[in-house]
Design a protein around this ligand. Structure first.
Ligand SMILES: [Zn+2]
Ligand SMILES: [Zn+2]
Ligand SMILES: [Zn+2]
Length: 149
């Protein structure tokens, strides 16, 4: 058995993974992957579509969503809902949780290990398995709290 490799974060390896999964290597797909990697972190499908459409005006949002879905299936991407349902996509290279500030929309990444004891106790005491990747923890960030004082 081969050890689980870290998911790739560079354009070429992601495209390679896509074509191994049977997807065709189209210019549109390549542009989508490039946009995700260039954006860095936490972008909406609309953000990605806008970036791609600067070069490929014919690429529509449903192509973007399809590619994002495929990349999620391949374990390269994950999405999280910030606040009221807005989904943002991020590369899965480093496992993390999301704190999102309701007043300035800042997204703060938290190492996944921080929440593990809490999630384990929920599972133990309530038999409930939390899908921790899917939703952000919402609140008010330090700088907003300081400026409202
Ligand atoms: Zn993230
Ligand atoms: Zn804030
Ligand atoms: Zn979702």
């Amino acid at each position: 058995m081969v050890a689980q490799a870290r998911p790739p974060v560079d354009v070429d390896s992601i495209l390679e993974l896509l074509s191994e999964g049977g997807g065709r290597r189209t210019a549109a797909r390549q542009a989508i992957v490039e946009a995700i990697v260039a954006a860095g972190n936490h972008v909406t499908a609309d953000d990605i579509a806008r970036r791609v459409q600067r070069r490929f005006p014919s690429v529509n949002i449903s192509t973007v969503y399809r590619t994002l879905d495929t990349l999620e299936d391949l374990g390269v991407l994950d999405h999280v809902h910030l606040g009221h349902g807005r989904a943002v996509y991020h590369l899965t290279d480093e496992e993390h949780e999301h704190l999102v500030c309701e007043s300035c929309d800042a997204v703060i990444e938290l190492p996944a290990s921080k929440l593990k004891p809490f999630l384990r106790s929920i599972e133990r005491e309530h038999g409930f398995e939390v899908d921790r990747r899917h939703f952000a923890i919402v609140g008010v960030c330090r700088s907003c709290r300081e400026s409202s004082r």
